[in-house]
Design a protein around this ligand. Structure first.
Ligand code: C2O
Ligand code: CU
Length: 493
């Protein structure tokens, strides 16, 4: 009987070595025949409505800033102009990206969401270590917000950083429903002159069908080749909602130090990002400080965020986000000289093929761990091994050979040091995201809430289970998630 993903820490990489060396590790319940599925109530697990969730929020509030920030959002059908074409889509407040929300670490955010879409929706606050019942997962943490209805999200945002928000229903993220969420650091050293929030997105909605039709096409045309996922050919890639032929221009003075907050809000595209004639210094990943690392280019996968520092030269420079393993790019111009000629959108950048950083290569800042996570580097109490796979003929993406519908929840106990070992047995990139937690990579100690797991690669992560509730763990390729590459992680009651 397979242990459904929970195996010994000594059984590395493959889910094949089952049943070995469980001595000393917590008993596992993932294969229990009596646990009746994962939709709605999950037996034996802490529920979002349990007092422990509210109690923990009270502690966050007591340690917080005391400030409350109120926002409102309306999700509705709209039309946006994408490179001269009118695209009928769904968006927040009629704009793509949606309105940026900004607060400070420790603030309470109260966000009224009105759903004027033709179907139900929710909002998920991606990367925030928030109270479970505000996490925006329908059937798990709340009832979906029906068409025509409203819901008020209300939570403390405990940690500073670059985040974003999006629906957690079907493929709605691949419409225009996404926006930055910036939590400022009250103790920010502020060693920069200007800030630029760069949101990347792969776009097809309203100009080449829509996301639901695209998933049907993928299912119809799936070849059954083992993980040879060529991905979706998007007609256009957007940077802050702008196509390459109508780019955003970021203006600053020569010599300015700029903090770039880079967010990949795409659904099926990893981007390779570089700024012509500049190198970039990574300072934060998924909101959390890293050891500052210089690079020419970096890979940012779906759901990942990078904070970069760059000192600008004199001229006009292309910021290019090239779609990895497919055609197309998103593009913007950085201008410090009014007279310099603008680079062309198709300019070829040497930086893109020099040193290319990606998430597992980052080195953590050894002096920093997110609050409550100081023990994450210790010996694990429980190890969860997840093989990322595909049933190609059905276009089904799998964790340990099962789709979300087929799998039982993964279980941890509060206080456990949890190890999650991913092995990618496909040729696609899978950005693996865990709700409500940040995790530390075992290899080099960097912190993430979403980590790029490359083709045939292994990545091991650890965290302290300190935020009880029902949490989603899934690939942030939203088509992969919708086609099964998703699991529930629950805390034993
Ligand atoms: Cu942005 Cu469940 O994710
Ligand atoms: Cu994936």
């Amino acid at each position: 009987m397979p242990l459904d993903g929970q195996i010994s820490r000594r059984s590395l990489l493959y889910a094949g070595g089952l049943g070995l060396g469980l001595t000393g590790l917590a008993a596992v319940s993932g294969c229990s025949a009596s646990s009746g599925g994962h939709n709605g109530h999950v037996p034996g697990m802490v529920q979002p409505s349990d007092p422990v969730v509210a109690d923990l929020e009270a502690a966050r509030s007591a340690a917080g800033s005391g400030a409350t920030r109120r926002f409102s959002l309306t999700a509705a059908r709209t039309t946006v102009n994408v490179g001269g074409q009118e695209a009928a889509t769904w968006a927040y407040d009629g704009v793509v990206p949606g309105p940026e929300l900004r607060a400070r670490a420790g603030d309470r955010l109260v966000i009224g969401v009105r759903n004027e879409l033709p179907e139900e929706t929710t909002v998920h606050w991606h990367g925030i270590r928030l109270r479970n019942d505000m996490d925006g997962v329908p059937g798990h943490t709340q009832d979906a917000i029906a068409a025509g209805a409203s819901f008020e999200y209300d939570f403390i945002a405990p940690d500073p950083g670059t985040y974003f928000f999006h629906p957690h229903v079907g493929l709605q993220l691949d419409r225009g429903l996404y926006a930055p969420l910036i939590i400022e650091d009250p103790a920010e050293p502020g060693d920069y002159d200007a800030e630029w929030v760069v949101v990347l997105d792969d776009w097809l909605d309203g100009i080449a069908g829509d996301p639901d039709g695209e998933l049907q096409r993928l299912r119809r045309e799936s070849t059954g080749m083992m993980g040879q996922d060529s991905g979706i050919s998007y007609p256009v890639h957007l940077l802050c909602g702008r196509p390459p032929e109508d780019p955003q221009v970021f203006e600053a003075r020569p010599g300015a130090r700029v903090r770039i907050r880079l967010i990949n809000a795409g659904s099926d595209t990893t981007y390779r990002v570089a700024l012509g004639e500049h190198d970039l210094t990574v300072t934060h990943k998924d909101g959390i400080p890293t050891t500052p690392t210089r690079t020419d280019a970096l890979l940012v996968s779906m759901g990942e965020r990078y904070d970069l520092l760059v000192t600008l030269g004199d001229g006009a420079f292309p910021l290019v986000a090239s779609a990895e393993e497919k055609d197309g790019r998103a593009y913007a111009i950085v201008r410090t000289s009014p007279s310099a000629a603008a680079p062309a959108p198709e300019v070829s950048l040497a930086e893109l093929s020099k040193e290319v950083l990606f998430a597992p290569q980052l080195v953590g800042d050894p002096s920093y761990a997110p609050r409550g996570q100081e023990g994450a580097a210790g010996e694990p109490d429980v190890a969860i091994s997840l093989q990322l796979g595909i049933r190609g003929r059905q276009y089904e993406w799998l964790l340990n050979g099962k789709t979300f519908e087929e799998a039982e929840p993964l279980t941890v106990s509060q206080g456990d040091v949890v190890r999650v070992e991913y092995f990618n047995a496909t040729h696609a990139i899978h950005p693996m995201h865990l709700h409500g937690h940040s995790f530390r990579l075992v290899s080099r100690g960097s912190w993430h809430d979403t980590v790029l797991v490359g083709p045939m690669a292994s990545v091991a992560a650890q965290f302290v289970a300190d935020n009880p509730g029902l949490w989603m763990l899934h690939c942030h390729n939203i088509y992969h998630a919708e086609a099964g590459m998703m699991a529930t992680l629950g805390y034993r009651a």
